[in-house]
Design a protein around this ligand. Structure first.
Ligand SMILES: C[S@@+](CC[C@H](N)C(=O)[O-])C[C@H]1O[C@@H](n2cnc3c(N)ncnc32)[C@H](O)[C@@H]1O
Length: 351
């Protein structure tokens, strides 16, 4: 089934969503929903016939124990491993593979100082975005100008959704928004639109489960990206496509922490288990420079004058953000990759 763009609501919001890790403010808003909304579904038991139960029905038969990869038995409010007898609760229709044992240390790592600082930033951002009427300069730019940084749906990732029938696609580190309504989202925390809580290093699905697998801005946040890539390939069906975006010249952003940057050559190496691999820039050099400048400018303004600081930073963004479209001139430049903001990779699992 093709990915029918016309049936999607192609608003500015969805365009920026498709490329949200490239925008620090949207990124902070998105990822820190993790801290705010993460427990909202706890304590609810899934009711048969609800939206939650039908989502779960789509993938429950593919789940396997993240520890021993054995089959899981579905009880009313939990999943029980046939082999090792571990019990995983289902909370609000969301299987939770992290609420006990080794998974608990990941939950603990969400509590650090950096996380707290960014949470406050997120709250500030939320407050300012709801404070008054919004006007988005991007809405007056012609669509073509946005093409460069909005191509999750139209770019190479569309291959994931082009299979016959109703492709089952896993979004590793997905949420709180869905890129498509049909995808299955896995994250370490139970915030909005997360279908299962699990660690990407131990994906709780049987081998060869998905027609497509992707991750956007996630591999830099995991402790062993190579292990996660191996897991993503394991759960992908032979012939299925994997797509991933990873930053290169991009500022530190801890969700819950931030460990890795990958060059274009590094991307090729990391995904060498795939065939027909294509690697390209997902985020251009000028955008990368602007993102860094957006981080530096507030640091140069006095912390004791928060209003001046925010006004100055906002003015800087407004004045300079159109420069990012210079990236259109660098799309095919042979050296652009040496200073690119990030890369995408797409490739197929060998049959
Ligand atoms: C920068 S955000 C990107 C979110 C989303 N993919 C997007 O593009 O909007 C990184 C996400 O990776 C998730 N994450 C971090 N470590 C993870 C892990 N070990 N397993 C699964 N998800 C993880 C975080 O919770 C966070 O939601």
């Amino acid at each position: 089934m093709g990915f029918d763009l016309a049936s999607q609501r192609v608003s500015l919001l969805s365009l920026s969503r498709a490329y949200q890790w490239r925008s620090d403010t949207v990124l902070i808003r998105t990822c820190f929903s993790l801290f705010i909304i993460q427990n909202q579904n706890m304590n609810n038991i899934v009711e048969p016939g609800t939206a939650e139960s039908s989502r779960l029905e789509r993938f429950v038969h593919l789940l396997s124990c993240p520890r021993c990869l054995s089959t899981l038995d579905l009880a009313q409010t939990s999943l029980i491993c046939q082999q090792c007898q571990r019990v995983y609760p289902i909370l609000g229709g969301v299987p939770d593979f992290l609420s006990s044992g080794e998974g608990q240390c990941l939950a603990d790592s969400l509590q650090g100082d950096a996380a707290q600082r960014m949470r406050e930033e997120y709250l500030l951002e939320e407050a300012s975005s709801t404070a008054g009427p919004k006007w988005d300069i991007k809405s007056v730019l012609p669509q073509i100008m946005l093409k460069y940084d909005a191509d999750f749906r139209n770019g190479p990732a569309r291959k994931l959704f082009e299979g016959d029938g109703d492709p089952l696609v896993l979004n590793v580190g997905g949420g709180p928004n869905r890129e498509t309504p049909k995808e299955i989202t896995l994250n370490i925390s139970n915030f909005n639109n997360v279908d299962l809580v699990a660690d990407a290093h131990h994906i709780p699905f049987a081998d060869n489960s998905f027609d497509g697998v992707y991750s956007l801005a996630v591999l830099e946040h995991v402790t062993s990206p190579h292990e996660v890539v191996a897991e993503m390939i394991r759960v992908l069906k032979p012939g299925g496509y994997l797509y991933s975006e990873v930053p290169f010249m991009f500022f530190f952003h801890g969700y819950p922490s931030d460990y890795t940057r990958v060059t274009q050559e590094g991307m090729k190496l990391m995904f060498s288990g795939l065939e027909d691999v294509e690697v390209g820039m997902s985020h251009g050099p000028v955008s990368a420079v602007l993102q860094s400048a957006n981080m530096v400018v507030p640091m140069l303004l006095p912390a004791s004058m928060p209003v001046i600081r925010r006004l100055g930073a906002g003015l800087f963004r407004l004045l300079f953000f159109p420069l990012k479209y210079l990236d259109l001139l660098l799309r095919d430049h042979p050296d652009a990759h040496t200073v690119a903001g990030g890369f995408y990779v797409v490739g197929r699992k060998p049959t």
